[in-house]
Design a protein around this ligand. Structure first.
Ligand code: SAH
Ligand code: SF4
Length: 348
């Protein structure tokens, strides 16, 4: 089979064209759509109301999921599960499921690798391979939806905090979001998907102009350019003042609260100076700060801040009226997601 169509890559109109192109009536497209996004069929044979001849035809020309699961791991407490998938060209991506109270949060990827080169990030250290297609972004969601359905559960939240920079793969990321919130399909609430970005200013402004309800998280990690330049190379292109102006623009356009992510690194960005600089920077803004002790990675010598420093940092922010949450680490024994997910996703 040469270059089969990945059905997850198609929107409803494209699917309809494909199905009618096979000489089938339109309503078959709707049935297949439901099998894909509401019943999470894992293969064509499960599509019991589709004639066998069409299922066979589909099997010859299309696939449901191009990714192959090559490893799966459960955390010792059973609450976190990670899968590693291999794409047809050999690229691999990771997805993590986190069970937290009633939440079933998935952390998904937008790219294989990442071009942004943040020094503390395992994905940044490996460099950029390629963008994922829409189908590749959403396939793990449907895989886990299928698994959870068997337990009478469903995916409640998604964070785009796996591999890669979502706004560097803007079109496919937003199409994937649209697919997942489609009321005739997967039907997840727009507010249940968080897009996390390193701070690509033009893309943030473009996103703000779309006035979407899907929340945005900004990986800030430092409040002065001197410090942020060292951690996040793109800061040299779009320094903090420009980033904050884009964040304010986003809030103004959408009326939505913004989240700032901050991985606390001992002696680097966990100082009182940094906390105060952050306090001054975001004081009065419609925002929340997520503090996550650094998850050590092979390619970076930094270590996580001590509990005392984390508390002191949070206290300092409080004096500026800035709300923050400290994420507890979760799934650490399975190196959940690109070595960077942890519990940042637990409360979304
Ligand atoms: N590229 C996007 C989304 C993927 S990274 C972004 O950077 O926002 C998801 C989050 O994990 C980001 O906030 C990122 O800064 C953080 N992160 C990366 N490596 C980490 C590490 N070693 N420890 C803690 N957080 C990390
Ligand atoms: Fe890329 Fe995000 Fe990692 Fe930076 S933190 S290298 S933007 S995945």
């Amino acid at each position: 089979m040469s270059n089969p169509i990945n059905l997850y890559d198609l929107d409803f109109d494209e699917l309809t064209q494909t199905i009618t192109g096979l000489g089938q009536p339109k309503f078959r497209a709707r049935q297949i759509w439901e099998w894909l996004y509401q019943r999470f069929a894992a293969d064509f044979d499960q599509m019991s109301n589709i004639p066998k001849s069409l299922r066979e035809k589909l099997g010859e020309t299309a696939v449901l999921n191009t990714a192959q699961i090559i490893a799966a791991q459960d955390s010792s407490d059973g609450k976190t599960k990670k899968i590693l998938t291999r794409l047809p060209d050999g690229q691999t991506t990771e997805t993590v499921l986190m069970r937290y109270n009633q939440r079933r949060t998935l952390c998904i990827s937008a790219q294989a690798g990442c071009a942004m080169g943040c020094v503390f990030c395992a994905t940044g250290q490996m460099g950029f391979f390629r963008n994922l297609t829409v189908g590749e972004i959403i396939a793990p969601v449907l895989y886990f939806a299928h698994k959870l359905a068997a337990e009478g559960q469903h995916v409640t939240n998604i964070v785009m905090m796996g591999m890669g920079e979502p706004l560097h793969n803007y079109e496919n990321t937003l199409k994937a979001v649209d697919r997942l919130i489609d009321p005739t399909g997967f039907n997840l609430g727009a507010r249940k998907i968080t897009i996390s970005t390193v701070g690509l200013v033009p893309a943030i402004r473009r996103y703000a102009d779309e006035e979407r309800q899907t929340p945005l998280a900004i990986s800030l990690h430092a409040a002065t350019d001197a410090e942020r330049d060292k951690l996040i190379p793109v800061n040299r292109r779009w320094p903090i003042a420009e980033l904050m102006a884009a964040c304010r623009y986003y809030i103004e356009k959408t009326g939505r609260r913004i989240t700032f992510e901050w991985a606390l690194i001992a002696g680097k960005n966990d100082t009182t100076d940094q906390a105060q600089a952050l306090g001054r920077l975001v004081q009065g803004m419609l925002c929340h700060v997520n503090l996550i002790p650094l998850n050590p990675t092979k390619g970076y010598g930094g270590s996580p801040s001590s509990r005392e420093r984390v508390d002191a940092f949070q206290q300092a922010l409080k004096r500026y009226g800035v709300s923050s949450t400290v994420r507890v680490r979760r799934g650490i024994d399975i190196q959940a997601g690109c070595g960077q997910l942890r519990d940042r996703v637990a409360n979304r």
